[in-house]
Write a protein that binds this ligand. Structure first.
Ligand code: TTJ
Length: 661
């Protein structure tokens, strides 16, 4: 796989920078947190050193033990950390590695290193955050030990020991590792007790390590990972001769597989700048979901990244090329899109490169950013996939017939959507909705439409309006949840259909502002919580499916008054409470009767005209994109898939809110 000389390093290559105080002062900087993830990271860090040794081809057995006393030990059968005195330092490489911070200074450097991947920490950081720590190194007949205490202070210089009958020099510690039982020619054992004064918890979660070591075992074919928990007497062993091919099989278990031969490639990509190991396996099943798992230096990239992009690009190109060449796609057919190849795809992408160059992006730093990796994966994939398809025509056929089914479904869905939209919404069969009381003028420069919530307000609105220029469309009850529903569902809803047809301009991709029948669209709803909810629904609809209406400032909300003050033959409408307070301070205020409108339906035609509809006296609030965006957010929260924020919202607003579902 990789050049063994890369691993031919020794103590001379360890760079020394400083002592361990900074680690204890700011642990989070080195391990991310002092919670359980940080605690777990200590073990990962130690295991990763053994992983490096294993990937280099020098170890094939790694064991992790959790002891009753709270300590953990990691064993490998690698070459053993060098323990001879390092020239110029007067101490061993082993001691340097465990007691000095070596920024960027990895053993060897420049090779594929799993360690130092995420936080750039090393064994010294683990030592610094431990109550005590011990290292045992075996090389041939020689076994040496070193012990540390209280954050990495040497309490036992490197000394030779016998495999049996050992005693610790650490106060209060037990001797519980099995040196004699680790009966290999050479190897390293590291044991440490996390410092309970540093960590919020020192309880290692066994399940976490089951998952991690299983994943490691899949990613490193032929290496045995053992996990023992003496606290609960549990034990697992993970060993996969087939590596990521075995992983693929596990992910596709219980699925009907389409290509019996899985695709698999493992290749090094080298040019003047890069040296990247690429390993990929994929196989299609008859399901509709996609399952692609990506790793960089054995770190899972939940958000994908450049390796995933390279994989998709190559897969799309090669499948299209092959399908054309073999006439699965005819001249008139369109190409598979990247999405057409996702259904039923299970894939594992694992790349390795110099860990000091790893770049991560995204919300959770779980997206690989190294741009060269895209090229490397793409090149390796293209070459090997071309060969695979040529050599396995029956597997190729199985894959491509699945892809064709997906493609056809996509085209059929689009066609269905287009016809539904055209028939129901755009043309409306030339018939305006029966509920619409249209205006006589046709020129949108002069016309406006009131969308009136509820039948009780619709009557007065129809009577009170200016018939020349004002149209009324009564819509009753809550409209469809547009957040969740797709376009074809939306136009099937009767309420929305009449709204879309009345507006005349269509919806979605087919929206055409030139066909809009009114210059202003005015939503009229009660000034209560239900009204606000209804408003949210409309704004969401406009925001998601007719955003042009918002961009050209055509959406408005009518603002009805909250109060009517009457005295003698006089009256005055008060729009809000500050109006009312101001009015009460005047002469008329003292004798006036103040009536509160509970809803639009309580106003008669004349009142509604005077207060809410007459362009000369009414108030309108213009809805901006920003308003609609906010409505959309509220909507997503109320109707979306995230349950927790909705619960919180409803609990906070429980007295007022009246929420569907
Ligand atoms: C160092 O150069 C000579 C050959 O061995 C190289 C080495 O570092 N090997 C090595 C280190 N094997 N295992 C480790 C190791 C194992 C554990 C469990 C923890 C640490 C910090 C290192």
């Amino acid at each position: 796989m990789s050049d063994p000389k890369k691993y031919d390093y020794n103590a001379d290559q360890i760079q020394v920078l400083e002592g361990l105080d900074p680690v204890r002062k700011r642990p989070g900087m080195y391990i991310g947190s002092t919670g359980q993830p940080g605690l777990h990271h200590l073990v990962t860090e130690i295991v990763n050193n053994s992983m490096d040794e294993a990937i280099g081809g020098f170890a094939n057995h790694v064991k992790v033990e959790f002891f009753k006393d709270g300590s953990v030990a990691v064993y490998d059968n690698g070459r053993g950390i060098p323990f001879e005195i390092k020239k110029g330092y007067g101490v061993s490489g082993l001691e340097l590695a465990f007691t000095k911070l070596h920024a960027g200074g990895k053993f060897g450097g420049g090779s594929y290193k799993v360690s130092s991947g995420l936080h750039g920490v090393g064994s010294s950081v683990v030592n610094a955050l431990s109550k005590w720590c011990r290292v045992v190194v075996k090389r041939g007949d020689t076994i040496v030990i070193q012990e540390y205490q209280d954050g990495g202070k040497v309490v036992r210089p490197v000394e030779k020991i016998k495999p049996n009958k050992n005693e610790t020099k650490v106060k209060g510690a037990e001797w519980n590792i099995d040196v004699a039982g680790w009966n290999y020619e050479s190897g390293t054992i590291v044991q440490f007790m996390p410092d309970s004064e540093i960590f919020e918890t020192t309880d290692f979660k066994y399940k976490h390590f089951i998952a991690q070591l299983r994943e490691y075992a899949y990613l490193t074919a032929g290496i045995r990972f053992e996990l023992i928990d003496y606290r609960t007497d549990q034990k697992e062993t993970f060993y996969f001769e087939g590596g990521i091919k075995a992983y693929l099989r596990a992910l596709n278990r219980n699925k009907k597989i389409l290509n019996d031969t899985p695709f698999h490639v493992r290749q090094n990509y080298k040019d003047d700048k890069d040296d990247i190991d690429v390993e990929i396996a994929f196989q299609y099943n008859d399901a509709f979901t996609e399952n692609v798992v990506c790793f960089a230096n054995h770190l899972k990239n939940a958000e994908g990244g450049t390796h995933l992009t390279g994989f998709r690009t190559a897969l799309t190109k090669m499948i299209n090329d092959y399908a054309r060449k073999e006439n699965y796609l005819k001249e008139k057919d369109e190409n598979f899109s990247g999405d057409d190849l996702k259904e039923g795809l299970t894939a594992i992408i694992s790349i390795k490169l110099d860990s000091s160059t790893l770049q991560f992006e995204g919300q959770t730093k779980a997206k690989l950013g190294n741009t060269n990796v895209k090229t490397a994966v793409e090149m390796v994939m293209k070459d090997s996939l071309e060969i695979f398809l040529a050599e396995h025509p029956r597997d190729a056929q199985a894959i491509i017939s699945k892809n064709i089914t997906t493609l056809k479904a996509r085209l059929a869905a689009k066609a269905a959507r287009d016809t539904v939209i055209r028939k129901s919404a755009l043309e409306g069969g030339g018939v305006l909705p029966g509920k619409l009381a249209d205006c006589s003028k046709k020129d949108p420069e002069h016309t406006e439409i009131f969308i009136v919530e509820g039948d009780s307000a619709a009557g007065p609105a129809k009577q009170g309006r200016d018939r020349n220029t004002q149209a009324i469309l009564p819509l009753f009850g809550k409209i469809l949840n547009t957040e969740r529903s797709r376009l074809d569902k939306i136009v099937e809803s009767d309420k929305l259909k009449s709204l879309i047809i009345a507006l005349g301009a269509g919806i979605g991709e087919q929206y055409d502002e030139k066909k809009l029948r009114y210059g202003k669209i005015i939503i009229m709803a009660d000034a209560d919580i239900d009204g606000a909810h209804i408003m949210t629904l409309y704004l969401t609809l406009f925001y998601r499916h007719m955003v042009e209406l918002l961009q050209s400032n055509k959406i408005f909300v009518a603002v009805p008054p909250l109060y009517k003050a009457s005295w003698g033959k006089n009256k005055k409408y008060l729009f809000d409470d500050s109006d009312r307070v101001a009015f009460l301070k005047t002469k008329e205020g003292s004798s006036a009767v103040i009536q509160r409108f509970k809803g639009l339906g309580e106003m008669n035609a004349e009142e509604l005209w005077e207060t809410t509809m007459d362009p000369a006296t009414r108030r309108l609030k213009m809805i901006t994109i920003g308003d609609a965006e906010k409505a959309d957010e509220v909507f997503t929260m109320l109707m979306g898939d995230e349950v927790a924020p909705r619960k919180r919202f409803i609990q906070t607003h429980a007295k007022h809110a009246n929420v569907d579902r």
